[in-house]
Design a protein around this ligand. Structure first.
Ligand SMILES: Cc1cc2nc3c(=O)[nH]c(=O)nc-3n(C[C@H](O)[C@H](O)[C@H](O)COP(=O)(O)OP(=O)(O)OC[C@H]3O[C@@H](n4cnc5c(N)ncnc54)[C@H](O)[C@@H]3O)c2cc1C
Length: 286
């Protein structure tokens, strides 16, 4: 049977660790893939190798911090961790590496996968205390818990003295008198600390102490096939393909250069899915 038209909607190459390693090197071995293991970029590769134009930075992807205990693939939404703004985040050297309170979480959650990817062994720990335990949607896995900061460090495999020093430095840098409100860019911040915590900074001082280990959770990659606004694939000679269309992750690089805003993934899939489907149906009918 010969098809009158093709709509490519087979995802990115996020589940293809070898392909990710071409751009990320060995750290990609420690990436967890949030969705299906079948999005290996097989169709994307086939199209690019057969004269369809490429679009998007191959190193760019949607990557969030997910529970390090999640399975390699398909951990889904229940392993995502949204408690960064309530605590401090340290790497395996017990050092902070980014402003946990830079901006509202929906604007910042998708940078934390990349941030963790650049840390030693691609692991980090979100640390908070009993004041924050019920303030966010938890992971499927329970947080690691201890009655003392040193005990928590030991449970995480961190150097207790270094962890204590980082924690004391963080707590000591918090400007007193702030009014905590995680629904606004509040005035709870640090001073003289590098990196700072710009909002929602409260001392982590009320036992029990908790932490979630996190790793980069790759949602989808941005490298894709170039399309026209009619979702028609663009060929190497600059002409649109007569009967080949694309939608979703496989062409997300047309929309996403760097960064992300919540909801864009499904928007790209649905808007271009409708456009590509209509175009393909018209083509097949004629
Ligand atoms: C855990 C998680 C949470 C998300 N949360 C959000 C969110 O809150 N908001 C948002 O906007 N987006 C979210 N996204 C992103 C969004 O789900 C995707 O961008 C969207 O589903 C992509 O649609 P798609 O059709 O391009 O790819 P997919 O839905 O991944 O479908 C691709 C399909 O192609 C199949 N396939 C791949 N290769 C082959 C092959 N060679 N042969 C046959 N079949 C193949 C795969 O099995 C898969 O079923 C989330 C994604 C994940 C994984």
């Amino acid at each position: 049977m010969r098809a009158g038209a093709l709509v490519a909607a087979a995802g990115g190459f996020e589940a293809n660790i070898e392909w990710l390693k071409e751009y990320w090197g060995p750290p990609a071995e420690n990436f967890l893939i949030r969705g299906t293991p079948y999005n290996r970029g097989t169709l994307l590769r086939m199209l690019l190798d057969n004269g369809v134009q490429e679009v998007g930075d191959p190193t760019q992807c949607h990557a969030v911090a997910i529970d390090a205990r999640a399975p390699r693939f398909d951990g889904g939404i229940i392993t995502r961790l949204d408690c960064v703004v309530f605590g401090m985040v340290v790497n395996k050297l017990a050092e902070r590496f980014y402003d946990e309170g830079e901006d509202f979480w929906p604007k910042r959650y998708a940078i934390w996968g990349r941030l963790v990817a650049h840390q030693p062994d691609q692991i980090a720990y979100i640390v908070f205390d009993s004041k924050s335990l019920t303030s966010f949607m938890p992971s499927l896995y329970p947080p690691i818990r201890s009655d003392t900061p040193e005990g928590l460090a030991e449970a995480l495999g961190l150097d207790p003295q270094r962890f204590r020093a980082t924690l004391d430095g963080f707590n000591g840098a918090i400007v007193p008198g702030g009014s905590f409100d995680h629904t606004v860019l509040d005035d709870c911040r640090t001073e003289g600390l590098t990196p700072p915590k710009s909002h929602w900074a409260r001392p982590i001082d009320t036992a029990p102490y908790y932490a979630y280990p996190v790793r980069p959770g790759i949602t989808f990659t941005y490298l894709g096939v170039k399309v026209t606004k009619e979702a028609r694939m663009l060929m190497a000679d600059g002409r649109p393909a007569a009967n080949m269309f694309a939608a979703g992750e496989i062409m997300s690089g047309n929309v996403l250069g760097r960064g992300y805003a919540a909801g864009i993934g499904m928007t790209i899939g649905s808007v271009f899915g409708k456009t590509a489907g209509e175009g393909a149906a018209r083509r097949a009918r004629n």
